[in-house]
Every structure is written in C-alpha cells, then in structure tokens.
Ligand binder design. Structure first.
Ligand code: MSP
Length: 504
C-alpha cells in the first residue's frame, strides 16, 4: 500500500475563512479522497496558525486572553470544513502542546549546533508582515507600516544552505510545481540569501512560542508554523509514525506563500537533518478582491451565499473544474451558473433522470438483462474502460480540471449513445429482457455509474445520492470496471440532485 501525505497551509486563525482558504482545503480533500479510493493510505493534514502580532492585537481589542480568542476563532474554520465535507485526518493548531514543545526542542537542537545565533540587527521592519524587509522590497511597495528598528535577535543560518537548496531544486524538477514556480524560486535564489531572523523580543510581542534558551524572546511565526508539517506526525516522539508519513507527498498552497515553503522550510529541514518534502505545489489565485472585482460590474459575491443557495457539492465542482492548477481564475456567479447548468444539470443530471425514468417505466425499476453488444455499444464500452485509467493518471499529475473534463466526456458520450440508439422508440416494439432497448439502458446505467464513481471525490454527497438512485451503492467506489451493475439491481428513489438553475 502506498502512503500519501498531503497538507494545506495553516490558515491564520484570525482571518475570516473565505473562498481562497476553502479552495486549497477542498483541493486537498479531493486529492485525499481520490487517493483513498485508489487504495493509498492517506494522511490529510490541515489546521490553524495561531501566534503572532495580529492575534495578540485582535485579542487585546476584544479584551480577552489570546488563548481564549484563538479557541473561539478556530471554530469558524472547523465549522466551515464540516460544512464543505472536508475529510481531514488531522487538524493541528500551533498553540497545542504537541506542537509547541517540538518547536522548542528543535530550536534548542539548532542553537546547540550553532545553526542559530544572537546578533544585533538594524533594519527596516514591516509591522504588517511581522518581519524585517530589505530596502528593495520596500521600494517594490508590497509592505506596509515600515519602521526602522535596531534590536538584538536570534538568526537562523539560512544563507549557509543556499547552494545546497539550489542544487536540490535543480536536481528535483518535481520539488516545486508547476514549472513556472520552480523557475521563479530558482531565480529568487540567484540573489544572495540572508540569514533568517527567527525571534521577536517579548517587549514587542509576547504571543508566541518562547525561545527555550532565552525567555525574553518568542519564536517568529513562520519558524513556528512551518514545523507543523512534522510535529503533527510526531517527529521526535513516534519514530514509526514519522517514518511512515514523512516526507510529505504534497504541501499545497497559493503563490503568496511559496517563498516561505520553498526556501525557509527546506533550509530549516536541512539544518535539522530531515529529508525534504517531495512536492511543494503552488496553485493560483481566485480573484475576487476589490481590485479585481467591482461592485459596478456586479461580480462581487460571497461564496457562502452560493453554498447556501446551490449546495456545497456544486461549489466544490465549480472550484475544481474552473481553476487550471497553477493559473488564476475568476469566481463569478454567472460563470458558476453557466458551469452548473451545462455540466451538472444538463449533461449529468438529465442523463440520470432519463435513464432511470425509462427503466422504471418499462423494466419495473430493475436493471434489465443485456443482449448481444453491437459496434456502438462496444465503442462506448471501450471509452468506459480507458477513462478511469486516464483519470487516475491525471489526478496523479494534479490535473484535476482535466480529470473532471475526461469524466464528463464519458458522461456526454453516454448521452450521445442514447440519442443514437433511441431506446424510447425501440422499446415500444420490444421491451423484453435482452432487447435492443434493454441492452442500451443497462449499459448506459452501468457507465453512468462508472462516471459517478469517478466524480465522487469531488462531490461526495450528491454523487452518493446518484449512486443510490442507480442502484449501485453496494459496488465499491474503487471498482470502475464495466459490467459491475448487474441485471436485477433495483433502482433507488428520487431524481437527479442537480435541478437546472433558472435565470432570475
Ligand atoms: N499562516 C500562513 C501559512 C502558514 S503555513 C505553515 C498563511 N495563512 S493564510 O490564512 O493567509 O493562508 C494563505 C493560503 O490561503 C494561501 O496560500 C492559499 O492556500 C489560500 N488562499 C487565500 N486566498 C486565496 C485566494 N484568493 N485564492 C486561492 N487561494 C487562496 O499564509
């Protein structure tokens, strides 16, 4: 059995969860579900990043202790994940002891080995980003609340690992994906890398993990949060568990935090003598922020409203189908409705209704016995045999939109096949078992069942209801071979859960 360890970023607990957070988490969920069905043993990790200045300030504003604040706020993420059918195996919070004690353990180890040193540093500090920035970065204008600051801090010898990191990236094209991001990180590494300031004086910020060898300081949030990927799987306490899951197969994130993951994180691991993750995958942005969206254009939408209105699974489908991994995409209600009506209501939902209606009417709601297959039948069977393999390959390559499109092609092919064979006509002359109509309907339902199984990871709840309607819920999701839906299987009740959305 192959193991599959996949992670999302740890979201800032203070932030109100939005479509961006939902996207990465749904993506991880869909991949985790596909891999579970493929027979892999999966560890899907998500969680929240709970230390730092913003949390401290927000708690002060509310006049509560930071721990009480984060305990209340983490629920917003946990509730949303429940609502979105997120099947995580572990949810880690950076305030949990299983995490904090390991961060301190590693800090101690690195300090003893002189990978961390104390130094006085004078430089420009961005309060909003909670880190020292270079003059060039300030000029580029991406940082706010810049102050000149001179203070003693602890530094991690990140620069020491620059060449080793470049070498690793060059020798491992799969280490950073997609290729454009791989190039981007390598070109970033052409400039000399500084050492990383990993502490904050408590006089300025107290809400953090105390530096174990100097109680006047707390740990910089990134040095704390990144370590979750190994603390969650019990690094340094449960060797079997750690060795079983590490290295991670995928760290998922958007491009905003690529540098921290592709530069800070691997150098930290190198210093700790821990192997590097297999792939850091950085997807694009869902654009819907003020600059990209405008009220006057009427395209500002709250995804939660769409979920309330049209259901979670339809939104999962849209997000997975409409973003080409690595590229940006625009979330608009109009494109959502268009996609939903075309794929889910028309191609998929109508087919479910058409086939089941005819079987109920002419075959007592039971899958009929097939007769001999003709060339048209065999052509459909051939596509149904190759599609699961194609989908599997595309999922392994992280091409989810293509995997979905291939599945929809199979479903559309069943529609075309039905049109061609028109069982609603021939059935009037012959509605016996093994007739032309019986064969057509039995085969259509079976292949629709295969298409549904392939869509299950994307829309688990709705597809389950369709599998019930098709009388196929006892067939394991992993078994996509043709002919598994046997004659005599009884169809379930109900109609497609994807009614057409009528324009208002
Ligand atoms: N706390 C850090 C991560 C620490 S990981 C050890 C952080 N948190 S965050 O709450 O800002 O989450 C950023 C991530 O949320 C992005 O990398 C991406 O996964 C997701 N997204 C946030 N907005 C997004 C979009 N508009 N579009 C797509 N994904 C987005 O950074």
């Amino acid at each position: 059995m192959t193991k599959f360890y996949i992670t999302t970023p740890l979201y800032y607990v203070n932030d109100k969860p939005h479509i961006g957070h939902a996207y990465t988490t749904i993506l991880a969920d869909v991949l985790a579900r596909y891999h579970r069905i493929m027979g892999d043993e999966v560890y899907f990790l998500t969680g929240t990043d709970e230390h730092g200045q913003k949390v401290q300030e927000a708690a002060e504003k509310r006049n509560v202790k930071p721990k009480i604040h984060v305990d209340e706020y983490v629920i917003r993420f946990k509730d949303l994940w429940k609502r979105l059918h997120i099947s995580y195996d572990d949810f880690i919070r950076t305030t949990e002891t299983r995490h904090t004690c390991k961060v301190q353990k590693l800090l101690n180890e690195l300090f003893e080995r002189d990978e961390i040193y104390l130094d006085e540093y004078e430089g420009l500090y961005s309060v909003s980003e909670e880190r020292f920035v270079t003059e060039k970065e300030v000029e580029e204008g991406n940082f706010r609340q810049i102050r000149k600051l001179k203070e003693k801090n602890y530094f991690f010898r990140m620069s020491k690992y620059q060449n080793k990191l470049i070498e690793h990236i060059e020798n491992h094209p799969e280490f950073i994906k997609p290729k454009s991001r791989w190039n981007e990180v390598l070109s970033f590494l052409k400039k000399p890398l500084n050492d990383l300031c990993i502490s904050r004086p408590k006089s300025r910020l107290s809400w953090g993990i105390e530096i174990p060898f100097d109680s006047d300081y707390v740990t910089y949030v990134w040095f704390d949060a990144l370590l979750n990927y190994i603390t969650a799987i019990d690094w340094d306490s449960d060797k079997d568990k750690f060795d079983k899951w590490w290295p991670a197969d995928y760290h998922l994130m958007a491009k905003d935090i690529l540098t921290t993951h592709a530069v800070y994180w691997p150098t930290m691991l190198m210093a700790a003598n821990i192997s590097l993750p297999k792939t850091i995958f950085s997807h694009g942005w869902w654009l819907m922020e003020e600059s990209k969206m405008s009220k006057s254009l009427g395209n500002v939408i709250n995804p939660i409203e769409i979920i309330d209105e049209y259901g979670v699974d339809s939104v999962r489908y849209y997000l997975m189908r409409d973003m080409v991994l690595g590229m940006d995409a625009s979330f608009t209600k109009a494109s959502f409705i268009k996609r939903y009506n075309a794929d889910l209501a028309n191609d998929y939902g109508n087919l479910v209704n058409r086939v089941t209606m005819l079987i109920k009417k002419y075959f007592d709601g039971k899958i009929p016995e097939s007769g001999e297959y003709n060339e048209t039948d065999l052509e459909l069977i051939a596509l149904a045999k190759t599609t699961p393999q194609t989908v599997r390959k595309l999922i392994e390559e992280m091409k989810i939109h293509d995997a979905i499109e291939n599945t929809l092609t199979l479903i559309r092919k069943v529609n075309a096949y039905l049109e061609l064979k028109s069982p609603w006509k021939s059935i009037k002359n012959d509605s016996s078992q093994c007739s032309n109509a019986a064969t057509t309907l039995a085969l259509s339902t079976d292949i629709l069942r295969i298409g549904s199984q392939l869509l299950y990871p994307v829309m688990p709840e709705k597809v389950q209801s369709i599998l019930d309607i098709l009388g196929s819920s006892s067939i394991p999701l992993s078994d996509t071979s043709v002919g598994k839906l046997k004659a005599g299987a009884v169809l379930g009740n109900g109609k497609s859960p994807f009614p057409r959305i009528l324009s208002k």
